[in-house]
Design a binder for this molecule. Structure first.
Ligand code: ASP
Ligand code: MG
Length: 418
């Protein structure tokens, strides 16, 4: 069994989808499962629908629904004949979405988010599946919400591995190529859940694990795993081999090439992961497996944006001790603020947290009654694995450094941009 994952960029247009078909035709597809994300930037577009709906902004709601619907219609007009059943299927899905919006009574944003944003993956997989069938790459479309079972923590659901493994093994017929949605799952009440942004890699990892796959391939628009994000850094290099441990370290610090939760399941079963380019079939890409830590061994740069640097001290200037730290962490957990760096001194405790769910203000409102709290929003956290003197200099030039933490292999610097 082989698992392939194609992300949004690989299916962002009709031509891109044709390219995916070309790649599939060059591969052995017996015993293969495809995990597919929403097309292009459609997840962002569905987030806009969610916001407009939640804020009751009728004009923006209509505008954003039209935008996503036109995007998909343009693609199917390019890929299918006028009388193909796909046109009907897509219309039905959009009607279903609008019906949900009209009938829904919930004001739980995270719940609404998952019910709405998941349409991105439902649409993309139905389109790709029908197109591949049309050109004789025969496949089965499967609704992953019935097999990846999670808890009901919307937008950040945790997988129920036992139930999921049971269902994957029982429900999927692998005599044909199977196509499933990445990123989404279902709870035991039949509600749609999501695994966190960019979670399709994780979905692929879940399938690889449950199916004891021989390999997992993630097809990307870059050559493989690079030592820095080419959108942020001018000079980047391909990493040829990375160990599971090193990949987990890098993902932990925020490397975005592979979703952090993806590695553990495949490491447990020693399933090799190949990250390679859908634009360049000649490049071997990066292999993540057991063995050498990092080949070549060069500094690797990772940036986490939209961070908040929070400093917490007690109201009466007493020391911050274990009990306080435990209270504070309970609140971080409660508001799903991911802690990326910790700096402790006798009377103050500083942490850098992710604010990607925008829960920071809620956290602040609660903690400010118990502690003296100051914070700087919108800072960047740079991490350099295998740093050299030179490699850090460039980072200090980007703004004011607020915190630097150095240990054996890793340097971390918090920068407030100029
Ligand atoms: N479509 C989802 C997202 O953009 C999941 C993914 O792409 O992995 O976050
Ligand atoms: Mg995506």
């Amino acid at each position: 069994m082989k698992v392939f994952k194609f992300g949004g960029a690989s299916i962002k247009s009709a031509n891109a989808i044709k390219n995916v078909a070309k790649i599939l035709n060059s591969q052995d597809l017996s015993n293969c499962l495809l995990v597919i994300s929403a097309m292009g930037k459609m997840t962002n577009a569905f987030e806009k629908i969610t916001d407009a709906y939640f804020n009751n902004d009728q004009e923006k709601l209509t505008e954003s629904i039209d935008f996503t619907s036109n995007f998909h219609l343009r693609i199917i007009n390019n890929l299918f004949a006028e009388n193909h059943v796909i046109h009907q299927k897509i219309t039905v899905l959009f009607r279903q979405l609008v019906r949900f919006l009209t009938q829904n009574k919930s004001r739980n944003y995270d719940y609404l988010y998952d019910q709405i944003v998941s349409y991105g993956e439902l649409l993309s997989t139905i389109i790709v599946s029908d197109y591949l069938n049309e050109i004789k790459i025969h496949n089965n479309w499967v609704d992953v919400r019935e097999i990846i079972i999670t808890d009901a923590v919307f937008r950040d659901a945790t997988v129920n591995w036992q139930e999921t493994e049971k269902r994957i093994k029982a429900k999927v017929d692998f005599s044909k190529l199977t196509i499933v949605q990445g990123f989404i799952g279902g709870d035991l009440n039949g509600n749609t859940t999501t695994l966190g942004r960019e979670g399709s890699d994780f979905t692929a990892g879940i399938f690889a694990y449950c199916l004891d796959a021989e390999s997992l391939t993630i097809w990307k628009d870059v050559l493989g795993v690079l030592n820095a994000d080419p959108r942020e850094f001018k000079e980047v290099q391909l990493l040829e081999h990375i160990s599971y441990e090193e990949t987990i370290e890098m993902a932990f610090y925020g490397a975005s090439v592979i979703h952090p939760k993806t590695i553990k399941p495949i490491q447990n079963k020693k399933i090799p992961l190949i990250v390679r380019s859908f634009k360049n079939l000649n490049s071997p890409g990066t292999k993540v497996s057991e063995g050498v830590t990092l080949e070549p061994t060069i500094p690797c740069f990772i940036v986490k944006k939209n961070q908040v640097l929070v400093s917490i001290s007690s109201l009466d200037f007493s020391f911050i001790v274990e009990e306080n730290i435990s209270d504070i962490f309970k609140l971080f957990h409660k508001y799903q603020l991911k802690v990326n760096l910790i700096q402790n001194s006798a009377i103050s405790f500083s942490v850098c947290v992710d604010n990607n769910l925008n829960h920071f203000d809620l956290f602040y409102n609660e903690i400010k009654n118990m502690y003296k709290v100051s914070f700087v929003k919108n800072v960047d956290l740079f991490t350099v694995r295998y740093f050299t003197e030179n490699s850090l200099e460039g980072i200090y030039k980007l703004g004011t450094s607020l915190v630097t933490q150095i240990n054996k292999n890793t340097a971390q610097i918090i920068i407030q941009k100029k």
